[in-house]
Design a protein around this ligand. Structure first.
Ligand code: SF4
Length: 386
Protein backbone atom coordinates (compact mmCIF):
# COMPACT_ATOMS: atom_id res chain seq x y z
CA UNK A 1 0.00 0.00 0.00
CA UNK A 2 1.36 3.46 -0.87
CA UNK A 3 2.16 5.96 1.87
CA UNK A 4 -0.59 8.25 0.54
CA UNK A 5 -3.23 5.53 0.68
CA UNK A 6 -2.16 4.48 4.16
CA UNK A 7 -2.44 8.10 5.41
CA UNK A 8 -5.86 8.51 3.75
CA UNK A 9 -7.11 5.38 5.47
CA UNK A 10 -5.78 6.55 8.83
CA UNK A 11 -7.54 9.93 8.49
CA UNK A 12 -10.73 8.20 7.48
CA UNK A 13 -10.51 5.90 10.50
CA UNK A 14 -10.06 8.84 12.89
CA UNK A 15 -12.91 10.82 11.32
CA UNK A 16 -15.27 7.88 11.58
CA UNK A 17 -14.20 6.65 15.01
CA UNK A 18 -12.86 9.52 17.17
CA UNK A 19 -13.18 7.37 20.31
CA UNK A 20 -10.56 4.89 19.05
CA UNK A 21 -8.18 7.77 18.26
CA UNK A 22 -8.66 9.28 21.72
CA UNK A 23 -7.95 5.94 23.39
CA UNK A 24 -4.66 5.70 21.48
CA UNK A 25 -3.88 9.35 22.24
CA UNK A 26 -4.39 8.80 25.96
CA UNK A 27 -2.07 5.79 25.90
CA UNK A 28 0.61 7.88 24.21
CA UNK A 29 0.04 10.85 26.58
CA UNK A 30 -0.47 9.43 30.08
CA UNK A 31 -2.25 12.01 32.24
CA UNK A 32 -3.09 14.14 29.18
CA UNK A 33 -6.46 15.86 29.19
CA UNK A 34 -9.04 15.88 26.41
CA UNK A 35 -11.91 18.32 26.14
CA UNK A 36 -14.97 18.06 23.97
CA UNK A 37 -15.52 21.42 22.27
CA UNK A 38 -18.84 22.20 20.66
CA UNK A 39 -18.84 23.77 17.23
CA UNK A 40 -18.45 26.27 15.70
CA UNK A 41 -16.84 29.12 17.59
CA UNK A 42 -14.72 27.61 20.34
CA UNK A 43 -11.07 28.80 20.03
CA UNK A 44 -9.24 25.49 20.11
CA UNK A 45 -5.88 27.28 19.90
CA UNK A 46 -6.20 28.35 23.54
CA UNK A 47 -6.88 24.82 24.77
CA UNK A 48 -4.04 23.33 22.75
CA UNK A 49 -1.65 25.95 24.14
CA UNK A 50 -2.58 24.70 27.62
CA UNK A 51 -1.42 21.20 26.65
CA UNK A 52 -5.01 19.96 26.34
CA UNK A 53 -6.36 18.14 23.26
CA UNK A 54 -9.50 19.97 22.06
CA UNK A 55 -11.82 17.71 20.05
CA UNK A 56 -14.82 19.11 18.22
CA UNK A 57 -17.79 16.94 19.16
CA UNK A 58 -19.27 15.31 16.09
CA UNK A 59 -22.77 14.00 15.46
CA UNK A 60 -21.88 10.33 15.96
CA UNK A 61 -24.82 9.35 13.74
CA UNK A 62 -26.18 6.82 16.24
CA UNK A 63 -29.97 6.65 16.65
CA UNK A 64 -31.30 8.95 19.38
CA UNK A 65 -32.63 6.83 22.27
CA UNK A 66 -32.54 8.33 25.79
CA UNK A 67 -32.02 11.77 24.30
CA UNK A 68 -35.57 11.64 22.99
CA UNK A 69 -36.96 12.26 26.45
CA UNK A 70 -34.59 15.16 27.09
CA UNK A 71 -35.12 17.45 24.12
CA UNK A 72 -38.29 18.07 22.14
CA UNK A 73 -38.65 16.53 18.69
CA UNK A 74 -38.42 19.99 17.11
CA UNK A 75 -34.79 20.34 18.16
CA UNK A 76 -32.40 19.65 15.28
CA UNK A 77 -30.86 16.20 14.94
CA UNK A 78 -27.42 17.39 16.03
CA UNK A 79 -28.60 18.78 19.37
CA UNK A 80 -30.76 15.71 20.03
CA UNK A 81 -27.73 13.56 19.24
CA UNK A 82 -25.64 15.62 21.70
CA UNK A 83 -28.24 15.10 24.42
CA UNK A 84 -28.22 11.39 23.64
CA UNK A 85 -24.41 11.15 23.73
CA UNK A 86 -24.47 12.89 27.12
CA UNK A 87 -27.32 10.81 28.55
CA UNK A 88 -25.88 7.46 27.50
CA UNK A 89 -22.36 8.14 28.79
CA UNK A 90 -20.75 8.56 25.37
CA UNK A 91 -19.12 11.79 26.60
CA UNK A 92 -16.93 9.72 28.93
CA UNK A 93 -14.12 10.14 26.41
CA UNK A 94 -13.82 13.83 27.41
CA UNK A 95 -12.50 15.22 30.71
CA UNK A 96 -14.59 18.38 30.35
CA UNK A 97 -16.83 20.09 27.83
CA UNK A 98 -16.31 23.60 26.53
CA UNK A 99 -18.86 25.49 24.51
CA UNK A 100 -18.97 28.83 22.79
CA UNK A 101 -22.46 29.94 21.94
CA UNK A 102 -23.62 29.44 18.39
CA UNK A 103 -27.41 29.08 18.37
CA UNK A 104 -30.46 28.84 20.63
CA UNK A 105 -30.85 25.10 20.17
CA UNK A 106 -27.26 24.52 21.16
CA UNK A 107 -27.88 26.46 24.37
CA UNK A 108 -30.83 24.13 25.08
CA UNK A 109 -28.70 21.05 24.55
CA UNK A 110 -25.92 22.56 26.69
CA UNK A 111 -28.33 22.66 29.63
CA UNK A 112 -29.02 18.96 29.16
CA UNK A 113 -25.32 18.16 28.90
CA UNK A 114 -24.70 20.11 32.11
CA UNK A 115 -27.50 18.26 33.90
CA UNK A 116 -26.60 14.70 32.91
CA UNK A 117 -22.80 14.53 32.60
CA UNK A 118 -20.46 14.30 35.56
CA UNK A 119 -17.72 16.23 33.72
CA UNK A 120 -17.29 19.98 34.20
CA UNK A 121 -19.02 22.05 31.53
CA UNK A 122 -17.99 25.61 30.65
CA UNK A 123 -20.26 27.68 28.46
CA UNK A 124 -18.85 30.92 27.03
CA UNK A 125 -21.30 33.40 25.52
CA UNK A 126 -19.62 35.02 22.54
CA UNK A 127 -21.34 38.18 21.34
CA UNK A 128 -23.40 37.43 18.22
CA UNK A 129 -24.03 41.02 17.15
CA UNK A 130 -20.82 41.80 15.34
CA UNK A 131 -21.73 45.27 14.05
CA UNK A 132 -21.98 46.79 17.52
CA UNK A 133 -19.25 49.25 18.44
CA UNK A 134 -18.56 47.29 21.64
CA UNK A 135 -18.30 43.90 19.88
CA UNK A 136 -14.48 43.90 19.77
CA UNK A 137 -14.17 44.53 23.52
CA UNK A 138 -16.78 41.88 24.36
CA UNK A 139 -15.06 39.29 22.17
CA UNK A 140 -11.68 40.08 23.77
CA UNK A 141 -13.25 39.74 27.22
CA UNK A 142 -14.71 36.33 26.39
CA UNK A 143 -11.45 35.08 24.88
CA UNK A 144 -9.75 36.15 28.14
CA UNK A 145 -12.32 34.10 30.06
CA UNK A 146 -11.66 31.06 27.91
CA UNK A 147 -7.96 31.47 28.65
CA UNK A 148 -8.51 31.73 32.43
CA UNK A 149 -10.92 28.82 32.45
CA UNK A 150 -8.52 26.62 30.50
CA UNK A 151 -5.69 27.61 32.82
CA UNK A 152 -7.82 26.56 35.79
CA UNK A 153 -8.79 23.31 34.09
CA UNK A 154 -5.26 22.38 33.00
CA UNK A 155 -3.62 23.65 36.20
CA UNK A 156 -1.03 25.72 34.36
CA UNK A 157 -0.47 29.20 32.99
CA UNK A 158 -0.77 29.63 29.24
CA UNK A 159 2.24 31.64 28.06
CA UNK A 160 1.99 33.86 24.99
CA UNK A 161 4.71 31.92 23.18
CA UNK A 162 2.66 28.71 23.68
CA UNK A 163 -0.40 30.44 22.29
CA UNK A 164 1.62 31.59 19.28
CA UNK A 165 2.92 28.07 18.63
CA UNK A 166 -0.62 26.72 18.86
CA UNK A 167 -1.88 29.32 16.38
CA UNK A 168 0.89 28.39 13.93
CA UNK A 169 0.03 24.67 14.21
CA UNK A 170 -3.68 25.18 13.49
CA UNK A 171 -3.01 27.71 10.72
CA UNK A 172 -0.63 25.32 8.98
CA UNK A 173 -3.18 22.52 9.05
CA UNK A 174 -5.98 24.81 7.79
CA UNK A 175 -3.77 26.11 4.98
CA UNK A 176 -3.09 22.61 3.70
CA UNK A 177 -6.78 21.76 3.87
CA UNK A 178 -7.57 24.95 1.96
CA UNK A 179 -5.11 23.99 -0.75
CA UNK A 180 -6.92 20.66 -1.26
CA UNK A 181 -10.29 22.42 -1.46
CA UNK A 182 -8.85 24.96 -3.91
CA UNK A 183 -7.55 22.11 -6.06
CA UNK A 184 -11.05 20.70 -6.27
CA UNK A 185 -12.47 24.05 -7.31
CA UNK A 186 -9.75 24.21 -9.97
CA UNK A 187 -10.85 20.90 -11.47
CA UNK A 188 -9.04 18.16 -9.54
CA UNK A 189 -11.51 15.53 -8.39
CA UNK A 190 -8.79 13.24 -7.04
CA UNK A 191 -10.18 13.48 -3.51
CA UNK A 192 -13.92 12.86 -3.31
CA UNK A 193 -16.31 14.97 -1.18
CA UNK A 194 -16.46 12.17 1.40
CA UNK A 195 -12.66 12.10 1.56
CA UNK A 196 -12.59 15.88 1.98
CA UNK A 197 -15.10 15.52 4.79
CA UNK A 198 -12.89 12.87 6.42
CA UNK A 199 -9.86 15.18 6.13
CA UNK A 200 -11.71 18.07 7.81
CA UNK A 201 -13.42 15.97 10.49
CA UNK A 202 -10.14 14.24 11.39
CA UNK A 203 -8.53 17.68 11.76
CA UNK A 204 -11.33 18.55 14.22
CA UNK A 205 -10.39 15.53 16.29
CA UNK A 206 -6.61 15.14 16.07
CA UNK A 207 -3.58 16.91 17.38
CA UNK A 208 -2.98 19.51 14.61
CA UNK A 209 0.73 18.67 14.17
CA UNK A 210 0.00 14.97 13.79
CA UNK A 211 -2.92 15.70 11.48
CA UNK A 212 -0.84 17.97 9.24
CA UNK A 213 1.86 15.32 8.89
CA UNK A 214 -0.67 12.66 7.89
CA UNK A 215 -2.56 14.99 5.57
CA UNK A 216 0.65 15.91 3.76
CA UNK A 217 1.27 12.23 3.14
CA UNK A 218 -2.36 11.66 2.11
CA UNK A 219 -2.20 14.24 -0.66
CA UNK A 220 1.40 13.63 -1.71
CA UNK A 221 0.44 12.13 -5.06
CA UNK A 222 0.04 14.69 -7.87
CA UNK A 223 -3.48 16.01 -8.47
CA UNK A 224 -4.95 15.62 -11.93
CA UNK A 225 -6.56 18.76 -13.32
CA UNK A 226 -8.65 17.23 -16.06
CA UNK A 227 -11.81 19.25 -16.47
CA UNK A 228 -14.80 17.12 -15.59
CA UNK A 229 -17.98 17.42 -17.72
CA UNK A 230 -20.35 16.95 -14.77
CA UNK A 231 -22.46 19.85 -13.54
CA UNK A 232 -20.44 21.94 -11.09
CA UNK A 233 -22.31 22.45 -7.84
CA UNK A 234 -21.80 24.38 -4.62
CA UNK A 235 -23.07 22.74 -1.40
CA UNK A 236 -24.48 25.21 1.08
CA UNK A 237 -25.64 24.73 4.66
CA UNK A 238 -24.98 22.22 7.46
CA UNK A 239 -23.65 25.03 9.61
CA UNK A 240 -22.30 23.00 12.50
CA UNK A 241 -22.01 19.32 11.68
CA UNK A 242 -21.37 16.96 8.80
CA UNK A 243 -24.00 15.88 6.29
CA UNK A 244 -24.25 12.11 5.86
CA UNK A 245 -21.58 10.68 3.61
CA UNK A 246 -24.12 8.64 1.65
CA UNK A 247 -25.77 11.89 0.62
CA UNK A 248 -22.50 13.31 -0.74
CA UNK A 249 -21.99 10.09 -2.69
CA UNK A 250 -25.50 10.27 -4.18
CA UNK A 251 -24.91 13.87 -5.29
CA UNK A 252 -21.76 12.97 -7.22
CA UNK A 253 -23.25 9.73 -8.58
CA UNK A 254 -26.14 11.72 -10.03
CA UNK A 255 -24.03 13.72 -12.46
CA UNK A 256 -22.96 16.60 -10.20
CA UNK A 257 -19.40 17.55 -9.28
CA UNK A 258 -18.99 19.33 -5.95
CA UNK A 259 -16.56 22.18 -6.59
CA UNK A 260 -17.10 24.29 -3.51
CA UNK A 261 -19.16 24.54 -0.34
CA UNK A 262 -19.83 26.55 2.77
CA UNK A 263 -20.39 23.55 5.04
CA UNK A 264 -18.96 23.52 8.54
CA UNK A 265 -17.09 20.31 7.68
CA UNK A 266 -15.72 22.14 4.65
CA UNK A 267 -14.84 25.70 3.71
CA UNK A 268 -16.57 27.26 6.71
CA UNK A 269 -14.15 25.48 9.05
CA UNK A 270 -11.01 26.31 7.13
CA UNK A 271 -11.80 29.72 5.65
CA UNK A 272 -9.86 31.88 8.10
CA UNK A 273 -6.43 31.80 9.71
CA UNK A 274 -5.49 33.51 12.95
CA UNK A 275 -3.21 36.50 12.25
CA UNK A 276 0.24 35.46 13.47
CA UNK A 277 1.55 39.05 13.54
CA UNK A 278 -0.77 40.28 16.33
CA UNK A 279 -0.94 39.77 20.08
CA UNK A 280 -2.09 36.11 20.15
CA UNK A 281 -5.26 36.53 22.21
CA UNK A 282 -6.33 39.64 20.23
CA UNK A 283 -5.67 37.71 17.04
CA UNK A 284 -7.98 34.88 18.14
CA UNK A 285 -10.73 37.44 18.84
CA UNK A 286 -10.22 38.94 15.37
CA UNK A 287 -10.33 35.46 13.83
CA UNK A 288 -13.78 34.93 15.36
CA UNK A 289 -15.05 38.17 13.79
CA UNK A 290 -13.25 37.72 10.46
CA UNK A 291 -14.74 34.26 9.89
CA UNK A 292 -18.13 35.87 9.66
CA UNK A 293 -16.87 38.22 6.96
CA UNK A 294 -15.21 35.45 4.96
CA UNK A 295 -18.22 33.11 5.14
CA UNK A 296 -21.20 34.77 6.87
CA UNK A 297 -23.17 32.69 9.34
CA UNK A 298 -26.90 33.19 9.95
CA UNK A 299 -26.35 32.75 13.70
CA UNK A 300 -24.38 36.04 13.75
CA UNK A 301 -25.70 39.51 13.00
CA UNK A 302 -23.55 41.81 10.92
CA UNK A 303 -24.88 44.55 8.67
CA UNK A 304 -22.06 44.37 6.12
CA UNK A 305 -21.80 40.57 5.83
CA UNK A 306 -24.56 38.61 4.10
CA UNK A 307 -24.66 34.89 3.41
CA UNK A 308 -26.73 35.40 0.25
CA UNK A 309 -24.24 37.86 -1.30
CA UNK A 310 -21.39 35.58 -0.33
CA UNK A 311 -23.12 32.60 -1.93
CA UNK A 312 -23.67 34.30 -5.29
CA UNK A 313 -20.08 35.54 -5.28
CA UNK A 314 -18.72 32.10 -4.29
CA UNK A 315 -20.49 30.42 -7.23
CA UNK A 316 -19.00 33.01 -9.56
CA UNK A 317 -15.48 32.47 -8.36
CA UNK A 318 -15.63 28.64 -8.33
CA UNK A 319 -17.60 28.46 -11.58
CA UNK A 320 -20.38 26.49 -9.84
CA UNK A 321 -23.42 26.18 -12.11
CA UNK A 322 -25.94 25.26 -9.41
CA UNK A 323 -26.37 25.31 -5.64
CA UNK A 324 -27.64 22.47 -3.46
CA UNK A 325 -28.87 23.66 -0.06
CA UNK A 326 -28.40 21.04 2.65
CA UNK A 327 -30.65 22.12 5.48
CA UNK A 328 -30.86 20.01 8.66
CA UNK A 329 -34.48 19.60 9.69
CA UNK A 330 -35.42 22.17 12.37
CA UNK A 331 -32.22 24.18 11.94
CA UNK A 332 -33.77 27.56 12.77
CA UNK A 333 -30.94 29.86 11.68
CA UNK A 334 -30.82 28.15 8.30
CA UNK A 335 -34.62 28.06 7.88
CA UNK A 336 -34.91 31.76 8.69
CA UNK A 337 -32.22 32.80 6.25
CA UNK A 338 -33.13 30.41 3.45
CA UNK A 339 -35.71 32.69 1.69
CA UNK A 340 -32.98 35.32 1.26
CA UNK A 341 -30.61 32.76 -0.23
CA UNK A 342 -33.30 31.52 -2.59
CA UNK A 343 -34.21 35.03 -3.76
CA UNK A 344 -30.62 36.07 -4.43
CA UNK A 345 -29.78 32.92 -6.37
CA UNK A 346 -32.98 33.25 -8.40
CA UNK A 347 -32.10 36.86 -9.23
CA UNK A 348 -28.64 35.71 -10.33
CA UNK A 349 -30.18 32.94 -12.52
CA UNK A 350 -28.45 30.14 -10.61
CA UNK A 351 -30.40 26.84 -10.44
CA UNK A 352 -30.84 25.49 -6.92
CA UNK A 353 -32.23 22.58 -4.98
CA UNK A 354 -33.19 22.35 -1.32
CA UNK A 355 -32.56 19.06 0.45
CA UNK A 356 -33.79 18.83 4.01
CA UNK A 357 -31.59 16.38 5.89
CA UNK A 358 -32.64 14.31 8.87
CA UNK A 359 -30.67 12.70 11.62
CA UNK A 360 -32.30 9.34 11.12
CA UNK A 361 -33.36 7.83 7.87
CA UNK A 362 -32.59 9.71 4.70
CA UNK A 363 -34.58 8.87 1.55
CA UNK A 364 -31.54 8.53 -0.67
CA UNK A 365 -33.37 7.38 -3.79
CA UNK A 366 -35.76 10.34 -3.62
CA UNK A 367 -32.75 12.65 -3.26
CA UNK A 368 -31.08 10.99 -6.23
CA UNK A 369 -34.09 11.71 -8.43
CA UNK A 370 -34.15 15.35 -7.33
CA UNK A 371 -30.41 15.84 -7.89
CA UNK A 372 -30.71 14.24 -11.33
CA UNK A 373 -33.51 16.70 -12.14
CA UNK A 374 -31.30 19.61 -11.06
CA UNK A 375 -28.45 18.29 -13.19
CA UNK A 376 -30.75 17.96 -16.20
CA UNK A 377 -32.12 21.47 -15.75
CA UNK A 378 -28.63 22.94 -15.36
CA UNK A 379 -27.31 21.14 -18.43
CA UNK A 380 -30.11 22.72 -20.47
CA UNK A 381 -28.88 26.14 -19.41
CA UNK A 382 -25.36 25.47 -20.69
CA UNK A 383 -24.46 27.48 -23.79
CA UNK A 384 -24.65 25.38 -26.98
CA UNK A 385 -21.47 25.47 -29.11
CA UNK A 386 -22.06 24.95 -32.85
S1 SF4 B 1 -26.90 25.63 13.78
FE1 SF4 B 1 -28.72 24.48 13.17
S2 SF4 B 1 -28.05 22.34 13.06
FE2 SF4 B 1 -26.53 23.48 14.28
S3 SF4 B 1 -27.14 23.24 16.44
FE3 SF4 B 1 -28.05 25.15 15.67
S4 SF4 B 1 -30.10 24.55 14.95
FE4 SF4 B 1 -28.87 22.69 15.13
Amino acid sequence: MSEALEAQQRLQAVARDPRAYLEQWRQAHPGGKVIGALPMNFPREIAYAAGVLPVIVQDDQKPVTEGRALLAEFYCGYTRNLADQAATGRFDMYDALFMADHCIQLIGSADIVRAVTPQPVFFGMLISSLSDSWAGAKIAEMMGEFRSELERFSGRTIEDHELRASIVAYNKDRQLLRRIFDDRSAGSAVHSPTQLQDYVVSSMVMDPVEHHRLLEAAVSEPASRDRDARVRVHLSGHLCHAPRRELLEVIEDSGALVVDDDLYTGRRYLSTDVDESLDPLDAIGKWYAQRNVNIPCPTRVQHDADWDEYLVEATRSSGAEAVIHLMPKFCEPHMLFYPELRKSLEAAGIPQLLIETEHEGIPLEAFRTRVEALVELTLRKRPVHV
